[in-house]
Design a protein around this ligand. Structure first.
Ligand code: NDP
Length: 451
């Protein structure tokens, strides 16, 4: 049995109830096969087995009181996966589906993604099975304070710097940062995604959506194409989806879909800037459901179905797909429908939104495919730039940060292609992202000896 297959088998045996973690490890390990032959030093130091084991996984009780005085208990997590190249860095997810396996998959992915950005950041992830939906601002604040009451002792600007993810946006970061500051009596860059007035960076809210679109543009350019006149499917209606729509519009594409966890909207006329502003107000301020879009604008609403179900069932033509909702939203059948309907490029704004079957369909059909590690790395990259600005006690302009983000996305694109070619997988962005991300971390781990 090969080294990497052996690791996949061990991970499945040792953690039987963590399917998302198995999926992430399997994809990375299969990609790393060519590195085994070229780097006997990594095999000798058992880097492959060491990298799938988190440095530590912290699990904690989060007790809080709702507006009616009822006491609730949620389960909080922070997985500090690997700090070989910098402090642990990765978002916090608040969603009822959160469990240890999901946080480990996200933390594991984050190691390679952060390495790809060229910035000195290790990999980590955290979250809680708390559902912010339907909670008052006061309840969300109480919960965030309870969460930080434990998390604060495990994080720090040189140790571990969390950020947002699903269910954690500006409001939640504000409540958590305020409480951290109170507990520690320190105004320091311990969270990213902060408000501009209190240490945040311009372009951080936009970064993931913009970055995914920039990466897609780079991939299209390899075939002498761009976004002009392209029909684009986006999923999700949160942070990533909103700024993906904005950037696609700026680059001349037409976005025809969004969704939330209860419905999909298809707007064949295109979601222009005004409609995007409506979505931002609906989701970020009024915290409503996406189906309201269809009453306000002339559009189709399909309840209980994902964007990819609807595209498949209605045979909707799509040139580019930019999934921005959640893991495993696109299965093999969805991918086949995308190919049949003309899709030439998929860039993952979300983390692992395509199942392994879907990825195989893209690759078998020569679809340009940018995996999440590369495509959504813009978010953490600008978080890294927020950390730099905090350390420098300076704020860069919007233009400066956007220029750096574009430079980083270009460099990620090139690193993926270069690594893929160097290891015999020309044009394979999945292998390229995994190998390029891995090499830097593996070399650092090697330098430290067995620690
Ligand atoms: P948000 O919470 O802002 O938005 C998530 C959106 O996706 C919401 O509209 C939500 O619907 C929808 N959604 C969630 N789960 C499902 C589901 N099972 N089916 C359909 N829709 C669903 O999160 P983000 O936009 O920040 O994150 C989206 C994805 O991007 C995640 O995979 C995240 O890990 C990834 N990502 C985010 C980064 C960031 O900077 N924010 C960085 C890198 C990756 P509803 O409104 O009903 O909850």
């Amino acid at each position: 049995m090969s080294v990497t297959n052996d690791i996949i088998k061990k991970v499945k045996e040792n953690h039987p109830s963590q399917p998302e973690f198995h999926q992430a490890v399997e994809e990375v390990m299969l990609s790393l096969e060519p590195t085994v032959k070229k780097h006997p030093e990594f095999v000798k130091a058992n880097i492959y087995e060491r990298i799938v084991e988190p440095d530590r996984a912290i699990l904690f009780r989060v007790p809080w009181v709702d507006d009616k005085g009822t006491v609730h208990v949620n389960r909080g997590y922070r997985v500090q996966f690997n700090n070989a190249i910098g402090p642990y860095k990765g978002g916090l997810r608040f969603h009822p589906s959160v469990n240890l396996g999901i946080i480990k998959f996200l933390g594991f992915e984050q190691i390679f993604k952060n390495s790809l950005t060229t910035l000195p950041m290790g990999g980590g992830k955290g979250g809680c099975d708390f559902d912010p939906k339907g909670k008052s601002d006061n309840e969300v604040m109480k919960f965030c304070q309870a969460f930080m009451r434990e998390l604060f002792r495990h994080i720090g600007p040189d140790t571990d710097v969390p950020a947002g993810d699903i269910g954690v946006g500006g409001r939640e970061i504000g409540f958590m940062y305020g409480y951290y500051k109170k507990l520690r009596n320190e105004h320091t860059g311990v969270l990213t995604g902060k408000g501009l007035e209190w240490g945040g960076s311009l372009i951080r809210p936009e970064a993931t959506g913009y970055g995914a679109t920039y990466l897609a543009a780079e991939m299209l350019a390899t075939r002498k194409m761009d976004f002009k006149g392209k029909t684009v499917a986006v999923s999700g209606a949160g942070n990533v989806a909103q700024y993906t729509i904005e950037k696609v519009n700026q680059l001349g594409g037409k976005v025809i879909s969004v969704c939330d966890s209860s419905a999909t909207i298809i707007d064949e006329a295109g979601i222009d800037e005004k409609k995007k502003e409506y979505i931002m107000d609906l989701k970020n301020v009024r915290r409503g459901r996406i189906k309201e879009y269809a009453t306000k604008h002339k559009a189709t609403c399909v309840e209980g179905k994902s964007v990819w179900d609807v595209i498949k069932e209605k045979g909707i033509k799509v040139d580019v797909a930019l999934p921005g909702a959640t893991q495993n939203e696109i299965n093999g059948e969805h991918a086949e429908a995308l190919v049949k309907n003309g899709c030439i490029c998929v860039a993952e704004g979300a983390n692992m939104p395509s199942t392994p079957e879907a990825v195989k369909v893209y690759q078998d059909n020569n679809v340009l495919f940018g995996p999440g590690k590369a495509a959504n790395a813009g978010g953490v990259a600008v978080s890294g730039l927020e950390m730099s600005q905090n350390s420098l006690r300076l704020s860069w302009t919007r233009e400066e940060v956007d220029k750096r983000l574009q430079g980083i996305m270009k460099s990620i694109h090139k690193s993926c292609l270069d690594a893929a070619e160097a290891y015999g997988k020309k044009g394979d962005y999945v292998a390229g992202a995994n190998i390029a991300g891995f090499l830097k971390v593996a070399n650092a781990m090697l330098a430290y000896g067995v620690v």
